[in-house]
Design a protein around this ligand. Sequence first.
Ligand SMILES: *Cc1c(COP(=O)(O)O)cnc(C)c1O
Length: 226
Amino acid sequence: MNGIKENITRLRAEVPDEITIVAVSKTRSVQEINEAYNAGHRDFGENKVQELLQKSPLLPPDTQWHFIGHLQRNKVKSVVPVVHLIHSLDSISLMEEINKEANKISRTIDCLLQFHIASEETKYGLNFQEAVQLIENKQRNNLVNISIAGVMGMASFTEDTELIRHEFHQLKKIFQLLKSDFFYNDLNFRNISMGMSGDYHIAVSEGSTIIRVGTAIFGDRIYPVK
Ligand SMILES: *Cc1c(COP(=O)(O)O)cnc(C)c1O
């Protein structure tokens, strides 16, 4: 295993410049995150609110924090002040809560609509019809403290690369449909967050604009025994 800095440099050289690489720092120490920061990296992803809140004050203020996990409504208030992009908007009630808390602190929070594209049952996410309902609700209620900045999805956990490619292709199609139907003039609706350490090559070739990479930067995750 190379060092964190070398991994970032290699990854950066591998994917086109316009693609954002979110370094998924869940379970990693502040020291490891700092190593990436000192290599010039600024975008980091966390999937647990408590971990995000512990780490974010310990990194420089220009660090951009991406929330990539399932977000509960009662945690929104603490996430909204520190987050750069929420990748996991998956319900109207969550949208209303984010809008409310963002309004209180005069922010507009960028969020991605998380879609269920995997064949597995367990993963969170919207289907197309639910997403349309959410967007129409946002427009009807004029929720201006949230901006829908694109879509996010996770492919199936499988060796079947053709299935993974198909799922990413579906997400890109969903993005294009929503773009033409609802966001034609909205330049902020522009992101497709797809691709992780094991499948980012496929995601990039299917049109990803943001990849979320953990182990390929920081090495294998070791989950502490609780
Ligand atoms: C952990 C995680 C990742 C990164 O996974 P790796 O396989 O370590 O690259 C990406 N996206 C989400 C939503 C995650 O929870």
